[in-house]
Every structure is written in C-alpha cells, then in structure tokens.
Ligand binder design. Structure first.
Ligand SMILES: Nc1nc2c(ncn2[C@@H]2O[C@H](COP(=O)(O)OP(=O)(O)OP(=O)(O)O)[C@@H](O)[C@H]2O)c(=O)[nH]1
Length: 343
C-alpha cells in the first residue's frame, strides 16, 4: 500500500501581513487535527516561534513548533528546511498536517520545489500555498512600481526590471499562491477593499480565489485541505527569480538594537514609532521590560503602524531588558533608528 503523504500548507506573505496571526488562528481552530508548525523569520529574534510556542493552545506542545532561524527559508532549503521536515516526519507520532510559515521576504517557489527532493517527496505534499496580503499596505501603494520609471524602461530596451524590490517579492508570493488571504480588511474602506481586490487580481495570471479576513480569522477548511499538490505544478507559478539559483535577498537587511527597560509603554511606543519612520525601515519587532511590571512588553510595527501588548512574564533570572529587530531596505538608516531609540 502506498503510504499517504502528509499535507503541508505554506503560508507566505510580505513582512507583517499577518502570517503568524493566521497560523495562530489555525492552531486555535485545529478541530482535533494534530498540527505542527515550521516557522522561519528574517532577523534573529526568534519572535514568531516564541509567540506561537507560548500560545497556550490545548494539545499544542513546544515540540510542535519548530523554528528555522538563520536567514531565509528559500535560501536554506537543503541545510535547514529539509532536515527539519524529516525530523518532524520521523517522530513516533507524526503530525496530521504541517503549516510552514515563511519569512516575509521569502520566495515561496524554491520551497515548493524542495518538495520534489527524493528525501521527502514520497512522504509529504504541498496541500496549498496561501499568500497573506496586507490590504492597507497594498491600498497605500507599498508594492506598486513607480509608473514613470516603468514607462521609461519600456520605452528603452523594453525589458522591464522592477525598480521596487518590494513589488518583486510581493509578486513572487502571490504568483505562487493557490489562495490569497486579503487580510486586515478591518483597516480598509469599502472602496479601497474593492480597489485592492482588483489590483491583486490584475497581477494574477489564473483565477485564484481571494478571500477576505481580519486578524486571519477564516474558516480553516478554506485554507487547509486544498489538495493542490503544488510541487507538481511549478511551471504554473511564475517567479522573478527563476534563473537565480541562489538569490540572496540583497535588496534587504536586518539589524538588532538593544532596548533598555522603560518607565511606561508609551515611552517605548514613542521611540519605536520614531525609529519606524527612519528611511528604508519596513518592519520592527521586539520586546522589553517595563518598570514594576512582571510581564514582557512586546512591540511591533508594520510600516508606521505600531502596536504593543504584554505577552508573558519574564522568567526568573531573565535579563530585564529587550531587543528590537529592524528589517528594511538595504542601507536603511541605522543611525536614525539608533538615535530614535536612545532619545
Ligand atoms: N488591524 C489589523 N491588524 C492585524 C491584522 N492581522 C495582523 N495584524 C497585526 O499586524 C501585525 C503583524 O502581524 P503578524 O501576524 O506578526 O505578521 P507576519 O506576517 O507574521 O509578520 P512577519 O513574520 O514579520 O513577516 C501585528 O501587530 C498583528 O497584530 C488584521 O487583520 N488587522
């Protein structure tokens, strides 16, 4: 008898689109299905993994959440991803379904391609690639090329090379998808929602369903169980990076900054909000201690939208300080970030 393959859902989407929020929602609504998560982050905070591992969801143990730190999953398939997947598959009680959350800068296609590797191809299949899209970010034109620069290129030698690296990553992610989750619809007016839908649809060569959500709250059956077998359908998933065997995300960069203890949350949010305004900054995530509070204060921002919450108590002996990881375009203004945080 041919053993059944364990289905894997790849959750892709740009920095801060809501991938971890969706994965958490799926874990909370697993309906008795045993899920495991492989999560990869750009930057070295190990933040998404700790956020998921500390979820407190019944039946979800720390060993069900596997972190793949170190760079980007699409560049480390051989060294990190395939071995981690093999380890999950080799467990005495393998999961029923695996969710793979890529970093916000990862290109999903090389990851889907890895499912054809002999070491794993008889044991797993890509049930579906879900691209989470930040509706308000699209509405603001974050991923749009500069129309004048594009027109000039077309008028020149005709070969169009995007001048906006964000656009390339965004397109690669949605062009690989079996389903688009248009997220953060709570932050979109009716007119913007329709405009964003039309803009996404215009990028897509085939009829891919777009479902809308806020905070990743979607009926799990719409995401899990797509049965796409995406690894056998690679040619239908175009990419800007087909010829780059080992592309290295050299348009982007990340850095970590120390965050000292603060007197009140507002002090931290004001500093981080200023840091997020520095030239080239795309995403900030971190935590620190607040005087007289036993809990860690988590802070994060996507573009200029900053939010914070307390996530868990500091452990005994854990330093009462924190870190902020900043991801931005290559050469983003680190000095301005450092100055804003120190101010
Ligand atoms: N208003 C609003 N905020 C959201 C929604 N979904 C997620 N967020 C917030 O957006 C921020 C980023 O969400 P995450 O789930 O961490 O995004 P991510 O895609 O995992 O981020 P990276 O791993 O850094 O790429 C968090 O502050 C979330 O609380 C939504 O639908 N509406």
């Amino acid at each position: 008898m041919t053993p059944t393959k364990i289905p894997c859902t790849i959750v892709t989407g740009f920095l801060g689109a809501g991938k971890t929020t969706l994965v958490r929602h799926l874990l909370e609504n697993a309906g008795g299905r045993r899920l495991a998560v492989l999560v990869n982050e750009f930057g070295d905070l190990g933040f998404d993994g700790s956020f998921l591992a500390g979820c407190g969801i019944a039946g979800c143990t720390a060993e069900d959440i596997v972190e793949l730190p170190n760079g980007c999953i699409c560049c480390t398939v051989a060294d990190d991803f395939v071995p981690a997947l093999e380890k999950l598959l080799g467990r005495a009680d393998p999961p029923d379904h695996i969710l793979i959350e890529t970093s916000g800068l990862a290109l999903p296609k090389p990851l889907v391609g890895a499912f054809n590797w002999p070491a794993i191809r008889s044991r797993v299949t890509v049930d579906g690639v879900v691209a989470v899209v930040d509706g308000p970010a699209v509405a603001e034109g974050t991923f749009a090329d500069d129309p004048e620069a594009l027109a000039a290129q077309r008028a020149g030698d005709g070969a169009v090379d995007h001048d906006n690296p964000l656009e390339e990553v965004f397109e690669d992610q949605i062009l690989c998808a079996d389903l688009i989750l248009l997220n953060k619809c709570d932050g979109l007016s009716e007119a913007d929602r329709l405009r964003v839908r039309a803009e996404i649809a215009a990028h897509l060569p085939k009829a891919i369903k777009i479902v809308e959500a806020a905070h990743g709250r979607i009926e799990p059956a719409l995401v899990i169980g797509l049965g796409a077998a995406a690894e056998s359908d690679l040619s239908a998933r175009p990419s800007h990076h087909e010829s780059e065997a080992d592309h290295d995300h050299d348009d982007f960069d990340s850095a970590a900054f120390a965050l000292p203890k603060v007197a009140a949350p507002e002090e931290l949010t004001a500093r981080v909000a200023r840091a997020a305004e520095a030239e080239g900054v795309l995403r900030v995530k971190g935590f620190t201690a607040v005087a007289d509070k036993p809990m860690r204060l988590v802070i994060q921002g996507v573009g200029r939208r900053i939010s914070h919450h307390y996530d868990r108590p500091f452990a005994a002996g854990e330093p009462r300080e924190g870190r902020l990881v900043v991801i931005g375009l290559k050469g983003f203004d680190r000095a301005a970030v450092a100055a804003a945080l120190a101010d």
